[in-house]
Design a protein around this ligand. Sequence first.
Ligand SMILES: NC(=O)c1ccc[n+]([C@@H]2O[C@H](COP(=O)([O-])OP(=O)(O)OC[C@H]3O[C@@H](n4cnc5c(N)ncnc54)[C@H](O)[C@@H]3O)[C@@H](O)[C@H]2O)c1
Length: 443
Amino acid sequence: MASASQSSLLAGRRILVTGAARGLGFAFARTLCENGARVALADLREELLQQSVATLRAEGFEVTGIAVDVSDPASIRRCAEQAVVNLGGLDGLVNNAAVTDSGGRGMDDIEIAKWDQVMNVNVRGTWLMTRACRPALRASGRGAIVNLASDTAMWGAPNLLAYVASKGAVIAMTHSLARELGPDNITVNAIAPGLVLVEATQYVPGRGTVNTSTSAPCSASRCPRTCRGPCCMCCPIWPGLSPVRFLPSTAASSCVKRNFKGIHTMSDLSEQQQLPKSWDQPEGASFTSWMESRVARFSTRKYDFDALKFQADFDPKYRRGQMRYIGTGGTGVAADSSTIPAENFTFSTMVIPAGHEGPSHLHVDVEEVFFLIRGKLKLVLEKDGKRFETILTDHDVVSVPPGVYREEINIGDEDADVCVMLGAKKPITPTYPAEHPLAKIKR
Ligand SMILES: NC(=O)c1ccc[n+]([C@@H]2O[C@H](COP(=O)([O-])OP(=O)(O)OC[C@H]3O[C@@H](n4cnc5c(N)ncnc54)[C@H](O)[C@@H]3O)[C@@H](O)[C@H]2O)c1
């Protein structure tokens, strides 16, 4: 079958998405496919599921459909087994299936049967599906689980008690499961969307006018697409990502805020666009002073050999100096206020003395660009056991993709001067290869 993938970020990944016949689950499934994954869509609504599977197949994606009732433990077991058979193993699970139609009643009026149904599907179903998939995820060696929570659990939406309680439980479970499954190299994350316009939320009062979590306008741009990035970004395991940790917010695209212990809440992209930006003209500032604030001069800064001192303390060959210009880079020197504030990338220069090296490390979320102003660097790039080596000399540049280890060794006789750009205001802290000696030291 022709592949319609638009990126290879998840190439080779085998992912099960529950509740994927429609709404967010379907959007997640499509995004995972677009990024190269093979996906099993599971849902209670069989007919709709088959239609959704047919839609994705017609788009050229490799997907299968599995009927499941996540309120039924036996059905969950069968679904997990079938997914493993269909996909030839399992690398990811998106626990998305949920009862989403329990709202509109005060706590006095909720029927006990409804309460139990919500809990059985949203909470017990998440637990049991995780349990059923665990052996296959463990066998994958890079298993990842994304649980669908909801921002309603963080601010306490009224007249939605069973659902809110269930999503609170999902958040709590995610914390525990992340620790419990860490030793199996399985990451567990949750994303907590705000109101997203799908079939299931058509009934929500004030939909389209008020975002109930922030009182900000909820525009049509808060569509399932808004949520797809985070799911896609949380779902894969990039090499080196610590399994017992929640992804920091930058992992989950710019439309996600980290505001509750690693649980990601969605915010409308249009809201983000309305937030003041660090590049905005400060109130009362003249054009000249505003523009002057956008200039960082060489004369007002010096090389900082302490930013990466923890590496040099371990082995002097790692001693390098950083000069920050835009943002504070990937070294986490957030205290440097002399830089031009960054919104979308960081820019610094680095001096690597002769014979010294930048140790192999990995960014999972951004490209890293090295522009060699002068010098001679051996560049080593590695991914999945494959190695590429080349020499960079004056004015050569490389843009290293996320997911590829990079190492720069100064093989010249003089200092190497390098410009370094990272594709985010604050990238996820990079990691070393598991067997690298620096992997054992704390920053
Ligand atoms: N849309 C939003 O505004 C929003 C906000 C926060 C969280 N969420 C969460 O996102 C997820 C998807 O929600 P949605 O908005 O797309 O709603 P939805 O109702 O369209 O999706 C839920 C899916 O789960 C399936 N499902 C329900 N019971 C099931 C069962 N017993 N077994 C198997 N499948 C079952 C449904 O058939 C449906 O396809 C849910 O976990 C929901 O709580 C959605």
